[in-house]
Design a protein around this ligand. Structure first.
Ligand SMILES: *Cc1c(COP(=O)(O)O)cnc(C)c1O
Length: 228
């Protein structure tokens, strides 16, 4: 559904206000970045959010990302890849020059990605995705191995510029469990600051306030922004 500008403005205002409130609870110096997840919405709504000041947008499929990049090539948008990256889509993703691959979820993917990057003479910025809830349906490296894998990628795969970590909160109504998955991820992020980690991406429509209170500095929000 195409939403009018006033609806999007009021949705965005509410999200920004909630981010602000959570941020101040955590630390008044914390700067939280918003990545608008556009996977559910019409391209027209992305344009409107651009007019309302948004620049960072995320898609979870390479195919859709390609479509958006083409349709919106006249706008100076920064595109994030936030979904599982299949090996046969690596080339296409690299060619789209995303600002950030948030879903680097294994050493094997890093190796395949680095190989393609090397042959194209390019680099990519990425976050290591952590499966902080341990749910079998979720991608990402196990929390216990995350630090080692991060350092190994950094050491071995020079065309990948690791900027931090990403996680998806536990899928449950139990706030304590969701909080635990964020705290686990934040601890890993903290332990990687000496390795240059600056981005801790966690929090979606239903849990971003909690994520920020746990130290997130990048939230990925879709459905809340596109409510009618
Ligand atoms: C879809 C998606 C989001 C946004 O989800 P909402 O609940 O609609 O805000 C965030 N992160 C990832 C990885 C997603 O796939």
């Amino acid at each position: 559904m195409i939403l009018d500008k006033e609806r999007l403005r009021s949705n965005l205002d509410r999200v920004i206000w909630d981010i602000e409130e959570a941020r101040l609870k955590r630390d008044e110096h914390l700067i939280v970045h918003l990545c608008v997840v556009s996977k559910y919405t019409e391209t027209e709504n992305i344009k409107t959010l651009y007019e309302l000041g948004q620049r960072n947008f995320g898609e979870n499929q390479v195919q859709q990302l390609e479509k958006r990049c083409k349709e919106l090539e006249d706008l100076p948008l920064a595109w994030h890849m936030i979904g599982t990256l299949q090996k046969n889509k690596i080339n296409k993703l690299i060619d789209l020059n995303p600002v950030l691959l948030q879903s680097l979820d294994s050493l094997e993917l890093a190796e395949a990605l680095n190989k393609r990057l090397e042959s194209k003479g390019k680099t990519i910025s990425a976050l290591l995705q952590i499966n902080s809830s341990g749910e079998a349906t979720k991608s990402g490296v196990a929390p216990e191995t995350a630090k080692d894998i991060y350092q190994e990628i950094k050491e071995r795969f020079k065309n990948i510029e690791l900027k931090g970590v990403m996680t998806i909160g536990a899928h449950t109504d139990n706030t304590e469990l969701i909080k635990k998955s964020f705290e686990t991820t934040y601890k890993i992020f903290e332990s990687l600051k000496n390795d240059g980690a600056t981005i801790c991406s966690m929090g979606m429509s239903n849990d971003f306030k909690l994520a920020i209170e746990c130290g997130s500095n990048m939230v990925r929000i879709g459905s809340r922004l596109f409510e009618d």
